[in-house]
Design a protein. Sequence first.
Length: 353
Amino acid sequence: MPGAKLKLLPSLCFLGAAALSAPTYAQSSVQLYGLIDSYVGVVKNPGGHAAAVMQGGGMSTSFWGLKGTEDLGGGYTTFFVLESYFLSQNGNYGRFSGDSFFSRNAYVGIGMPYGSIRAGRLTTPLYISTINLNPFFNSYTFSPWIFHTFKGLGPQGVVGDSGWNNAVAYTSPTISGFSGTAIYGFGNTAGDAGAHKWGANLTYQMNALLLAANYQYINFSNTPADIGSALPSVPGLRAQETIQLAGSYNFNVMRVFLGYMNIRDDARLGETNSNTEQVGVSVPVSTHGFVLADFAYTKSTGPQSGDVHRATWAVGYDLPVSKRTDLYAAFKYDRYASQSTGLTYGVGLRHNF
């Protein structure tokens, strides 16, 4: 049935994202899990040159992880998560050269009847909402929504990474479809208590409807005092605020995604604003596979950049061949300002374990 097939792709995607949020608690256990993704294709970014590639991370960034829980009784548990990205094309750890070993997640926490608390390196609620509310999930190769959020060009995009070091987060239990997360990242620098990051997320999920609202504030990128160079096109950057509203609805014949985001950069020469809109669909084809399509548009205004536009769209086909494995093909068009058009396309294989 089309409705049943439409639910398979989100299930496959959420399997890879499940460890990004608070774990589901069991008696006492330790689990090994992960995802590996490789593709062959051609990559040309705006203003760049085309390159034939065989590399990892076409539809999802490859990673492996360990998580464990211990039941303390009375509705209380302790848990840990250690997750490491890796590059399937060469076996190196991390997303890029210089990335930390457990850059996806590295935390310990306690679960209670009234929520959970985690501490360590934590994936941000903004990232979780971004990947769950676009048809290309967490593709850093093909997803327009990901590119406009975390791979901005010029004055555009979120800084501060998708995971925060020295962070503490509280996640509420789900009540009548509502759940929330608050996260705080410490600067860990003596005499500079003002160096911090914080964010909040509110999610509503009921039947076919999923909605999420996010707010994020940062005044350093990776280490205190480094934000001034985080966006070269916004010199003297002092702080950044991000508001993101997104949602999806499963009509059975298709799943529709909508999103809006505002990024405000507070800089020495004045304020830069970037506004992004997204619309996407995931459509089942007969009894096998899904057609994916997504479009994102960003306009930035500010004293440093003037008016800068970026338009990105992508189409793809995803074919689940089992509960844990899928084949895919995708094409992405990316146009930024007056630069030459970016064109990326490829075919790949993704497997959850």
